[in-house]
Design a protein around this ligand. Structure first.
Ligand code: HXC
Length: 284
């Protein structure tokens, strides 16, 4: 006897699940965010990536476009997330040229190693401005489009929406502030602020169909962050229960989960993708 189709089956992990959807990503030319966007494009989305460098952003957009034949990826360079007007224009252009903004990744960040006594007021302010205000500016610029998208995609809680999902935000944070990290006062404060922002957005905007979540990557191979901050995989991996650094693909996988039907009821949460690293902080 043929098995009855399981009626609550999610339509995840298949080609085309993000067909006709648009993802808007700040920091999109960076190693982690470009992998997140590339995975979305591979599964059907079009995208706009936003960055400070015109050349790097444009080059990455062309590269991501190769993830799927016929995809469109706008490389919106020359945009600093600390500039709300520039971000608003980028969002407007994205919606105009690509038709909507269904997903947002707030990924732009600044970081370096410095003790608090080495940290100038301007250095502290720069990181807070890029990470916290930049994430706020990103949400402000895109929220009206996300609310429109959410109206079209709100699920009834029993079955996947026939036209997929939309109205979703992911903030890219870190685990630095869970147990305290030396040389990272600026980034820890900034990432704690981002975590708090995500929960507030989830609670406030959830009734409109918006979901807001955080992905907190641990040490990830081949990223600018890890090149700037860590000693090297062979040394750091000793404190990671999974015994190795993560990969950008593993951050992309968490992104697909949160943006797909599988993540419909996940809201105001933090997904830590770090091989269990933060649990061992302090164990040397
Ligand atoms: C101390 C520093 C510094 C350093 C910059 N500053 N680098 N202070 N140590 N290494 C100070 C400057 O002297 C200046 O203060 C102030 O910061 C602003 O610097 P500017 O270069 O003028 O400004 P701006 O370009 O706007 O911002 C600088 C920046 C940014 C924050 C360093 O350019 C940046 O981070 N870019 C790299 C992006 C990056 O690394 N992304 C990955 C993030 S990884 P004064 O007082 O001199 O004016 C991440 C994950 C963390 O976030 C978790 C990993 C596990």
């Amino acid at each position: 006897m043929p098995m009855e189709k399981y009626k609550y089956m999610s339509n995840v992990w298949k080609d085309g699940i993000f067909d006709n959807k648009v993802v808007f990503c700040t920091g999109g030319a960076g190693s982690i965010c470009s992998a997140q966007v590339r995975a979305m494009v591979h599964l059907g989305a079009n995208a706009a990536i936003i960055g400070r460098s015109v050349e790097k952003t444009e080059k990455m957009a062309r590269d991501i476009e190769t993830a799927r034949k016929g995809s469109r990826v706008l490389g919106l360079g020359g945009v600093d997330v600390r500039d709300p007007e520039a971000l608003a224009k980028a969002a407007e252009r994205t919606a105009k040229e690509l038709g909507s903004i269904d997903f947002v990744i707030a990924g732009a960040a600044g970081n370096f190693l410095a003790t608090i006594d080495q940290l100038s007021p301007n250095a502290m302010k720069s990181v807070i401005d890029i990470d916290v205000l930049g994430s706020y500016n990103t949400v402000k610029a895109t929220l009206p489009y996300l609310v429109e998208s959410a109206k079209k995609h709100k699920t009834d809680g029993r079955a996947p929406h026939p036209h997929g999902t939309g109205g979703r935000i992911i903030f890219v944070s870190a685990t630095l502030h869970y147990s305290g990290t030396a040389l990272q006062t600026h980034a820890s404060v900034a990432k704690a602020g981002i975590d708090a922002m995500s929960v507030a957005v989830a609670i406030e905007q959830g009734p409109k169909g918006i979901t807001s979540n955080v992905i907190a990557p641990g040490p990830i191979r081949d990223t600018e962050g890890i090149a700037r901050l860590a000693k090297g995989e062979s040394e750091t991996a000793k404190a990671i229960p999974s015994g190795r650094y993560g990969t950008v693909k593993e951050i992309a996988d968490a992104t697909i989960y949160l943006f797909s039907d599988a993540g419909n009821y996940v809201n105001g949460d933090i997904i830590v993708v770090d091989g269990g690293h933060w649990h061992t902080s302090g164990v040397k």
